[in-house]
Design a protein around this ligand. Structure first.
Ligand SMILES: [Fe+2]
Length: 333
């Protein structure tokens, strides 16, 4: 088994590379660290490669890179993979920052590029766009979520943080609640890409910047229940959903086995678990309370009151009924 430590970059294909470079630099606030006619490398302002754009007819996310421990022997990792029947190829010059990697496909066909060492791109001191700290996570839709989760856990060393029922999995490879998500769908495709920002003030700044750029939010601001991140979503010019988030659940110690306690957690302590179908999507914001939000556009099913909300609702209903009954009695008098 390998032990992935963090996500490197996602490779996205696009029919209009110029438009996507403009979007990722001007709106997202990444810097263009290298490019040629058909390819562009984008890094965070502090110089960590995050997105690779490639010119192609279809919009897809065909490759994803992960870092293992610095100094790891890639040849030895390839032999380990071979022993469990996975054929990998040695690749060089993946990006300007990643000189060497081994590459192999996951069960849904995404090419994974595993590297141990990387170089920072040049730091960019221009203050523009949202300027995320890092490429936080990527979510894919695929038919066999259980099979893909087994591969990521058994072969790459991921751990399951949470499941929504049996159709939506959240996996971690670091202290972050999730670095990859898999959602069941008949067709394999990218679901969304997420960038981590510093804090809530950066989410507010992102909302203002998107509004000024005539880009509509498609969901949020919200605080999710699964992962508890504060998030906003919009679509990039290729129609791929992009999330900016902060405040994601953190598991600082795998031996403790719970996420750092937070006031908005449902369980004390908050451990990885399977959330029921009736779990609300969000702790606050759209799809957090009441049937009036059920029609709001969102990628997840409408919620029913959770068990934790049920006593409060029952109490409110009882008080309303008592009030009505008092009014009736008054009227009779
Ligand atoms: Fe997400």
């Amino acid at each position: 088994m390998l032990q992935v430590k963090r996500a490197g970059h996602s490779t996205l294909t696009t029919p209009d590379i110029e438009r996507m470079i403009d979007y990722f630099t001007r709106i997202v606030g990444l810097s263009l660290s290298a490019r040629d006619k058909n390819r562009a490398i984008l890094a965070t302002k502090s110089g960590v490669e995050a997105i690779v754009l490639e010119r192609a007819g279809a919009v897809e996310a065909p490759r994803l890179s992960f870092q293992v421990a610095p100094g790891s022997d890639l040849g030895e990792l390839a032999s380990r993979l071979k022993k469990v029947g996975i054929k990998s190829e040695r690749r060089s010059d993946i990006t300007p920052g990643i000189g060497e990697a081994i590459a192999f496909k996951d069960p849904k066909g995404t090419m994974l590029e595993i590297f141990s060492d990387f170089a920072f791109a040049e730091e960019d001191s221009n203050f523009n766009g949202v300027m995320p700290l890092k490429f936080g996570h990527i979510a894919y839709q695929c038919p066999d979520v259980q099979g893909v989760v087994k591969f990521y856990c058994d072969v790459l060393g991921f751990r399951a943080s949470d499941w929504r029922s049996d159709f939506f999995a959240f996996l971690r490879c670091s202290r972050d609640h999730h670095t990859v998500n898999f959602l069941r769908d008949p067709k394999t495709s990218i679901h969304h890409i997420a960038f981590e920002v510093r804090d809530w003030s950066d989410i507010k700044r992102a909302c203002d910047l998107l509004a000024r750029s005539d880009i509509l939010l498609t969901w949020g601001p919200i605080r999710h229940i699964i992962g508890h991140n504060i998030a906003i979503y919009h679509k990039n010019p290729d129609g791929v959903t992009i999330e900016f988030f902060c405040d994601m659940d953190q598991m600082f110690d795998e031996d403790l086995g719970f996420f750092e306690p937070r006031p908005w957690h449902q369980d004390k302590p908050q451990r990885p678990k399977v959330w029921g179908d009736d779990t609300r999507s969000n702790w606050w914001g759209p799809m957090s309370r009441g049937p009036s939000h059920a029609a709001a556009p969102a990628p997840e099913p409408a919620r029913k009151p959770s068990r934790s909300a049920a006593p409060a609702l029952a109490h409110a209903r009882k008080r309303q009924a008592e009030k009505k009954s008092r009014k009736k009695t008054k009227a009779r008098r």
